[in-house]
Design a protein around this ligand. Structure first.
Ligand code: ZN
Length: 269
């Protein structure tokens, strides 16, 4: 342990120095439809999303079971309607289900009434599978109304903002924030859209190096690592090994508490 850095306040279970959560945003087709409604009639575009529930999730669930890890899956309501068996399999394996919109629409693009409708409808659908405590906006962004709505609908945590390395409570609302960052998101590294040929797909080696550095730094500072992944991205055959290696690396640090987002949020006084 590097003693030159003072660890954060130890609030993690078992006196752990840091915390980590594996999170998966099951966007499926909805991310493509939200980008352009005309994509709803483009089976080739949609198939990129369909890969998530069809192939990615079963392979990810196998790895999580083998590693005895409970993860958090953020699911848009419409994805749960389209793939109820997949969502039942996720919840049945003991993983946490959390809210990711009804459609995959940013709250900033919605009227206050439409935002509440999205939140209420998504919550109603997801709650029919398992209790729901958390919310991740489809855009990691809030409208002026989002936090008030989350409080009113009984959410305990949000996982959207990038202003810290440890969870904290939002003033006035009492909602816990579990901070995220692009660094520990698979999409900015790996995602590629046929609509834009401006960036190449990162190699697994590049992402392994970026994730290893960030996870080591977070551990040293006593932070919480909220890995944000997408079954249609991390679920590609060449990347699943990175997922399992990342989990194994976290598990090899006995001073890291690995839990669901709800478990980590509950550590915040
Ligand atoms: Zn998403």
């Amino acid at each position: 342990m590097d003693e030159t850095v003072t660890p954060g306040p130890s609030r993690w279970p078992g006196g752990a120095r840091s915390a980590a959560a594996l999170t998966f945003d099951l966007d499926a087709e909805e991310v493509w439809i939200a980008q352009d409604p005309a994509n709803a009639a483009r089976p080739g575009v949609l198939s990129q999303g369909a890969y998530g529930p069809k192939v990615g999730v079963p392979l990810i669930l196998e790895i999580l079971a083998r590693r005895e890890i409970r993860a958090t899956f953020f699911v848009p309501g419409r994805v749960a309607e389209r793939y109820p068996k997949v969502v039942r399999a996720i919840a049945g394996a003991g993983h946490e289900l959390a809210h990711h919109g009804y459609t995959h629409t940013s709250p900033t693009a919605l009227s206050p009434e439409a935002e509440e409708h999205e939140l209420a409808r998504g919550l109603e659908i997801l709650s029919s599978f398992a209790p729901v405590a958390g919310y991740r906006s489809p855009a990691w962004e809030f409208s002026p109304h989002t936090l008030g709505l989350l409080a009113r609908y009984g959410f305990r945590y949000s996982s959207n903002l990038m202003d810290d390395i440890r969870p904290y409570r939002h003033d006035h609302y009492g909602i816990v924030e579990l901070p995220v960052h692009w660094t520990l998101d698979d999409a900015p590294h790996f995602s590629f859209s046929g609509a834009s040929w401006t960036k190449k797909i990162a190699t697994v080696e590049e992402v392994r190096s970026i994730w290893a550095d960030e996870l080591a730094g977070l551990h040293q500072l006593g932070g919480s690592a909220i890995l944000t992944m997408h079954p249609q991205v991390i679920g590609r055959p060449g990347r699943l090994r990175l997922l399992e290696e990342t989990i194994a690396g976290l598990q090899s640090q006995p001073e890291t508490f690995i839990g669901t987002c709800a478990q980590i949020a509950d550590c915040v006084p």
